[in-house]
Ligand binder design. Structure first.
Ligand SMILES: *Cc1c(COP(=O)(O)O)cnc(C)c1O
Length: 379
């Protein structure tokens, strides 16, 4: 089955008791047992819920995995992955990382004596230098947030994956429609389904997909034991969002390509970061490992101050000033003070995250309306 068909059908079946074509919201905490230990596969709502099971099966199919495990948020899913580690284990990760992931690693897990190294993952010598016998996890994001750098997933897997080291990709920015890391040799895919997968800015939810049964069993155990599960209504909404994922992504990518080119030609702008631009250093790799180039764009200004950025952020009408991304509506944000405020300024500067950097999540509105809005705000 091709992606578009799987988005609508994989794991989904009419409700056997009523024929309802849509997966019901099983709003229940427990299930009546016929006799002790005899039940229909569900015993308690933290351990399993039929609406959640359908979502998990659908997500697994979209990533070409075998098992999906859903969580109450993207960070709860990351938390579950970090729970695979033991004290003195080490993690090598990108130096351009979602701020919340950095915070969870450094503010919580470092206290449990897990060590994190943040390096430029496109620099293979730097990665090799950071790896040692304690390394258990390679943590990638691509495209990265907010610099939209592209990391060659297959090259990382080929050079650095060993029996001891799991490779995990945060695939939130690409969505499973644009990029399928398990096919490139990754072990674990993480999603903040809050973003493109749900796509309507009305749910917070996270997911892990794997294709190894042993890993899946560990994650189901963590899901049950730690209990960070999503509610059935949220699972239902994400399932509904997924049905249009490919249609939404196609339009968001088309709009973003149009806006990126317009921005690049605008004289007040210093740099436009968008992997779809031929001038982007990761353009060729992006072409190989992604279907299109995504809906996220960052740019900064020749006049590099927060005040100059604020003048734009305060003046867009269609682009709403807000955290998050991946919804049908376009958003604008200021990483230095919003999504990435938890990363120290020196660390931000190292990757080129300047005070004037502005991040766009391009939605599926009319692209000319979107450019008109940006143009008037830039003016
Ligand atoms: C939003 C986001 C997360 C965290 O997901 P939540 O659902 O907000 O917990 C993780 N990684 C990336 C790349 C994100 O954009």
């Amino acid at each position: 089955m091709k992606f578009e068909t799987k988005a609508i059908h994989a794991g989904v079946h009419p409700d056997p008791s009523t024929g309802a074509i849509m997966t019901p919201i099983f709003q229940t905490s427990t299930y009546v047992q016929e006799s002790v230990g005899v039940h229909q596969g569900h015993a308690y709502g933290r351990t399993s819920n039929p609406t959640r099971s359908v979502l998990q099966d659908n997500l697994a199919a979209l990533e070409n995995g075998t098992h999906g495990i859903a969580f109450g948020s993207g960070l709860a899913a990351l938390d579950a992955i970090l729970k695979l580690l033991e004290p003195s284990d080490e993690v090598v990760s990108t130096n351009d990382l979602y701020g919340g992931s950095y915070r969870l690693m450094m503010r919580l897990y470092e206290r449990y004596n897990i060590k994190f190294h943040f390096v430029d993952l496109s620099d293979h010598d730097a990665v090799a230098n950071a790896i040692n016998s304690n390394t258990k996890l390679l943590w990638l994001e691509t495209p990265t947030n907010p610099m939209l750098s592209i990391i060659d997933i297959k090259a990382i897997v080929d050079r650095h994956k060993t029996d001891n080291i799991l490779v995990c990709i945060d695939n939130t920015f690409a969505s499973p429609y644009l990029q399928q890391p398990l096919d490139l040799g990754a072990d674990i895919v993480l999603h903040s389904a809050t973003k493109y997968i749900n796509g309507h800015s009305d749910v917070v939810l996270g997911a892990i997909v794997v294709k190894d049964k042993g890993l899946a069993e560990q994650f189901y155990f963590i899901q049950k034991a730690s209990g960070a599960v999503p509610g059935p209504q949220d699972c239902f909404l994400v399932l509904r969002g997924i049905k249009t994922l490919h249609v939404r992504m196609d339009r968001a990518c088309e709009n973003a390509e149009y806006i990126a080119e317009k921005l690049q030609a605008y004289d007040k702008i210093a740099n436009v970061y968008y992997p779809g631009l031929a001038s982007h250093p990761g353009h060729e790799i992006a072409k190989q490992q992604m279907k299109h180039f995504g809906g996220m764009i960052s740019f900064d200004l020749k006049h590099d101050t927060s005040a100059a950025a604020n003048a734009i952020l305060d003046n867009t009408q269609l682009f709403a000033l807000a955290e998050s991304l991946g919804g049908v509506e376009s958003l604008i944000g200021h990483p230095a003070t919003m999504t990435h405020a938890s990363i120290p300024k020196e660390e931000r500067a190292k990757v080129g995250l300047t005070d004037s950097l502005i991040r766009l999540s391009v939605g599926i509105e009319n692209k000319e309306d979107l450019w008109e809005d940006l143009k008037q705000a830039l003016g």
